[in-house]
Design a binder for this molecule. Structure first.
Ligand SMILES: [Zn+2]
Length: 200
């Protein structure tokens, strides 16, 4: 199986050391498979999971692509994140892996733009859109501050600027973007449901 090896920081051929199939009780008892893989280049191991997407478990083509659980679990975005934002964050992660930090930062800005579109802000510009998100109460003061930092760095990244985006900055900006999504699309919704339960 060809997968990304975090140690090699590249796609590598792996050898399957063992695997275990089970039913996923959280997902309609869909068949899934865990495999322990060894990188043929560096000898490191990793645990991946796959879902049966076809009908024949014996047919390798009927399993989904492998998602790494350990080490460095692959990014799993909350279900309700808007499609544009989700795609942008996934692309930002691929840029991070390829050490394209400027491109990564541009994609985190795009992810934020996706949130503005989702909440139908009247301005098409990111700066004004973020302000509207705060006025609408979608984000609070702290997230507004993070969003402004993302906006500033997106502008540095998107234009032919002398300043560069370091790996550390790109990683931090990525973490802020994911935290903003979790706050808006998971925790806020959860709290709304919690309040509704208390009031009923
Ligand atoms: Zn490797």
């Amino acid at each position: 199986m060809v997968v990304y090896c975090p140690a090699c920081e590249a796609l590598v051929q792996t050898e399957k050391l063992s695997s275990h199939e089970k039913f996923n009780v959280d997902y309609d008892f869909a068949p899934m498979r865990y495999s322990l893989l060894k990188c043929t280049a560096c000898n490191e191991i990793q645990l991946v999971e796959q879902y049966l997407v076809g009908y024949e478990p014996e047919n390798e083509d009927h399993w989904s692509s492998a998602k790494r659980n350990w080490p460095l679990p692959e990014l799993e975005l909350p279900l309700h994140v808007p499609a544009v934002t989700k795609k942008s964050i996934e692309e930002a992660e691929r840029c991070l892996r390829a050490k394209a930090f400027t491109a990564c930062t541009v994609m985190t800005g795009r992810a934020l733009e996706g949130i503005c579109r989702h909440y139908a802000t009247s301005s098409r510009y990111l700066g004004a859109g973020i302000k509207e998100l705060k006025e609408q109460g979608v984000i609070d003061e702290k997230l507004f501050e993070w969003s402004e930092a993302l906006h500033l760095h997106r502008n540095i990244a998107a234009h032919a600027d002398e300043r560069t985006i370091t790996e550390e900055d790109a990683r931090d900006l990525m973490d802020f973007t994911i935290a903003i999504c979790e706050y808006i699309f998971v925790l806020s919704e959860k709290f709304k449901d919690f309040k509704a339960r208390q009031n009923s």
